[in-house]
Design a protein around this ligand. Structure first.
Ligand code: FES
Length: 108
């Protein structure tokens, strides 16, 4: 498995996100309580930028229709919503992360 250096830990403070590109894949780094996660940046429902979403516990909430994605598994633990309707929502891709000497590496 090939890991690529993407950022310093100081670049993604706890409770923050950072958009990166790894080998043409748009990826979102998320720091939850010091643990770094990596998932696809754009929402699988209708393409919203999850970087503009919110972190709630270990999930990212999409800014457009409020689907919630588990950072560890990518599963949509809450579906996309519009008014009182809910829509089928695919999971996001997730990527393995390694942290060494304050450097973040993501599986390429
Ligand atoms: S675009 Fe993300 S939930 Fe619709």
């Amino acid at each position: 498995m090939n890991y690529v250096y993407v950022a310093s830990v100081a670049d993604v403070q706890p409770g923050k996100m950072k958009a990166i590109v790894v080998e043409s894949k748009e990826i979102l780094l998320v720091n939850v309580g010091g643990q770094i996660f990596a998932m696809q940046r754009f929402c699988p429902h209708a393409g919203a930028d999850l970087c503009a979403g919110k972190i709630v516990d270990s999930k990212v909430i999409c800014p457009k229709h409020n689907a919630a994605f588990d950072l560890a598994t990518g599963e949509a633990v809450d579906k996309a919503k519009l008014l009182f309707l809910k829509f089928p929502t695919k999971r996001t891709e997730t990527y393995r992360v390694k942290v060494e000497n304050n450097s973040i590496f993501v599986e390429a």
